[in-house]
Design a protein around this ligand. Structure first.
Ligand code: MOS
Length: 734
């Protein structure tokens, strides 16, 4: 019997992707398409005084120009615009709704034409007059106006007293700039006009059912009249969790023209969507001379828009991770004239843990203690926030195996003490922590008598490997070869699934498949037992498994009935079941993944050029479903972390409230030359509490801690502590 779970199984959709057979939202070929081009505001705040579309409308091939003045009807109530993952507080953005300008890059008109080039050209002919208003886009100018967000709200002990009494103290402020997701695939929708007001929407999204409900609310459509499809997503990193404005505009265009419409945003326009909020982090750590923490203060001020309050757990990681009798946390938001900030890979943790783990490194220096040793002295087997045990926590093993693989014991503690020719060598490390969440997901399995099974679910695979792991779990639990499993995803008409995010999909979807497969097994057993002289007579569900195309007794391999025989005998040619996963929702345990990240950098002393030459990431994330896709997940995350540490930064010209580098030439992300040796270790972490298969999820843990480990390595190499990301060569020279 083959067991696919836990093996290095190549992506089942790999061939479709590399051959171009996999279609993305902007690639579905539909006849009679009209094309849209968006016009964005060039000012950050004010109102549209006048839009003159006459010249654009005279261009041959232009079909219409939609603005707030002539668009089809959209809902007026805020609730209609609140998607599944919208912030609780505030009023979501509505494109082309009224004359108000809320941020630079806001869509204010949609040109529709027979060809995209015509639409784009005509867009340049639309004249817009604004009434400008004063604005602010600089977080540092607004920090004093920041307001407090409720969570986290569990201070411990008396931080003030403990900090004052501490033997060793470290206090500093850290900064993470605005970052944009920059997935390879541009945001796009192809909306097909199916007649009678019915629409099929091919959209780039992390959640087809979220987009479907949202569009039905916004356009007052019946659920059956609007279908959203997104079988493949070319990267998203959180930018596709909420429905983006392009999909609203594409539907507006289709409704206005009564015709199919395609809208693809430009790279520049994607900077008018959500982003990782710029965040100021203040850490104050107090320790006893023996290297145990006694006081933690973590405060954060993050960016949101004027109209919605987006925030994520940023400071709470400090509360969770380390033993400290006294702790205090404060999260604040500052309103700027920008779009609402959004989730970006490990939202809150990528930023908050960067600050915490940088501060821990500085504390280790102040204590004259090895950074790993400091973490071990503050190690906690319980969630320090809630004072409960973890379902599993093998972070100690991450430190041990990561340090071993890296050769950490050869580190000389003094900064600037290690060299390789003309380059300074620095070794740094950090801890990572993320959540292991589960969400309700339904899966349908249709088993046919020829031994094939189709597994379907509305979940999206955003490149993470969802197709593959669901096929693996189905193959193992149905006892069929992997080739006999077909997985269908990314269609709002399929069984219920939440957005693909939060690292919850692998655990949730695989249990939905396993739960449904159990129903299939139950039915097959009943059919097998109904056969005359059945070798499985009297067998209970728990006594049998599906393996090698048979219903087999666990206790006696000889007692078996082939699936084909059981179905043929009962004249059943297909068995269809659909179930939703279930999981304990109690608060008796904390559910988290952990990591230890070790980094080597080499720094050119004269030029300040930093190269990340080696990374070892040791991850504890429960049972690994697929060592190959899991490895890719973490490698990709580490690359994201390198970008965060050394490259990524959305730069504003605050005089105009506009982004200066809204392109991937000037918004730097790591390229091949920036990525060298990345070693990923999965630490064995059995977990019998979290769910029956012991799965936790890997989408985000791999980025957490990476930026801090790099910053700490740069300090070790150079003796220079740069506390505002990204660490660019000019900052090393100042
Ligand atoms: Mo992730 S930021 O939940 O797509």
């Amino acid at each position: 019997m083959v067991n696919y779970i836990g093996t290095a199984t190549p992506r089942v959709d790999g061939r479709a992707k590399v051959t171009g057979e996999a279609k993305y939202a902007g690639e579905f070929n539909i006849s009679g398409l009209a094309y849209g081009s968006v016009i964005e505001s060039t000012i950050p705040k004010g109102r549209i005084a006048r839009i003159d579309t006459s010249e654009a409308l005279r261009v041959e091939g232009v079909l219409d120009v939609l603005t707030h003045e002539n668009r089809p009807r959209m809902a007026g109530a805020d609730d209609a615009w609140k998607d599944d993952v919208a912030p609780e507080e505030g009023s979501p953005f509505r494109p082309l709704y009224d004359d108000k300008i809320r941020f630079s890059g806001q869509p204010i008109a949609l040109v529709l034409a027979e060809e995209w080039e015509i639409a784009r050209y005509a867009a340049s002919l639309v004249r817009i007059e604004y009434e400008k208003q004063p604005f602010v886009t600089d977080l540092y100018n607004q920090r004093d106006q920041a307001f407090v967000v409720k969570k986290p709200d569990k201070p411990r002990g008396n931080v003030k007293r403990a900090y004052a009494a501490a033997d060793v103290r470290h206090e500093a402020e850290y900064f993470i700039p605005t970052e944009n997701h920059n997935p390879m695939e541009l945001f796009a929708s192809t909306v097909t006009w199916d007649g009678g007001g019915k629409l099929t929407v091919y959209d780039k999204t992390q959640g087809v059912q979220n987009v479907q409900r949202y569009l039905c609310n916004v356009f007052k459509k019946k659920a059956d009249d609007l279908r959203v499809i997104s079988p493949f997503v070319g990267g998203a990193f959180g930018s596709g969790l909420r429905p983006q404005y392009h999909v609203v505009l594409a539907v507006l265009g289709a409704l206005a023209l009564k015709r199919s419409v395609r809208l693809v945003l430009t790279r520049q326009q994607m900077y008018g969507l959500g982003y990782r909020p710029a965040t100021i982090e203040r850490l104050a750590l107090g320790a006893k001379a023996d290297g145990t923490l006694d006081a933690i203060t973590h405060e954060a001020i993050a960016v949101t828009s004027q109209f919605e309050d987006f925030s994520r757990n940023d400071t709470g990681w400090s509360a969770l991770l380390y033993r400290s009798a006294n702790a205090n946390y404060l999260h604040r938001l500052a309103r700027l004239d920008v779009p609402t900030s959004s989730d970006m890979r490990a939202p809150g943790a990528a930023t908050g843990v960067y600050a915490l783990e940088s501060a821990m490194d500085e504390l280790a220096v102040a204590l004259n203690l090895d950074p790993v040793e400091l973490r071990l002295r503050c190690y906690s087997d319980r969630d320090q926030n809630e004072d409960v045990p973890y379902t599993s926590k093998q972070l100690r093993e991450c430190y041990r195996q990561g340090a071993d693989a890296f050769g950490w014991d050869k580190r000389k503690p003094e900064p600037r003490s290690m060299r390789d020719g003309s380059e300074l060598v620095g070794w740094g490390m950090a801890t990572g922590v993320w959540e292991a969440l589960q969400m309700p997901v339904a899966a349908r399995i249709v088993l046919t008598a020829n031994g094939h099974a189709e597994v379907s679910c509305a979940a999206s695979d955003i490149g993470t490997g969802t197709y593959t792991i669901m096929a693996q779990v189905a193959a193992d639990t149905l006892g069929l070869p992997l080739e006999n499993i077909t997985v269908k995803l990314g269609d709002s008409t399929l069984p219920q699934a939440p957005v693909e995010g939060g690292s919850w999909m692998a655990a949730s979807a695989s249990h939905a498949v396993a739960t449904t497969a159990k129903e299939i097994r139950k039915e097959l057993l009943a059919l097998a037992k109904a056969m005359k002289n059945s070798p499985l007579a009297g067998a209970k569900l728990e006594d049998v498994v599906l393996a090698d195309g048979k219903v087999v007794s666990k206790h006696d391999e000889g007692r078996a009935v082939s699936i084909a025989d059981a179905m043929r005998h009962a004249a059943v040619d297909r068995i269809e079941k659909q179930k939703t996963n279930s999981f304990p929702d109690d608060t008796s345990h904390a559910r988290n993944t952990h990591s230890a990240v070790f980094v080597e950098v080499k720094v050119d002393e004269q030029l300040g050029v930093i190269r990340v030459t080696r990374v070892v990431s040791a991850i504890a994330a429960g049972r690994i479903l697929n060592t190959q896709t899991a490895h890719s997940q973490v490698m990709g995350s580490v690359v994201g972390g390198i970008g965060m540490a050394l490259h990524e930064e959305t730069l504003y010209d605050h005089r105009f409230g506009r982004i200066m580098n809204a392109n991937i030439a000037e918004y730097h992300v790591p390229v091949n030359a920036d990525v060298q040796d990345i070693k990923v270790i999965f630490v064995d972490e059995p977990d019998e509490v979290i769910n029956p298969l012991g799965i936790k999820g890997l989408g985000e843990i791999g980025i957490v801690g990476v930026a801090a480990a790099i910053a700490n390595a740069v300090y070790h190499a150079t003796g220079k502590r740069v506390r505002d990301l990204p660490i660019t060569l000019d900052k090393l020279q100042r």
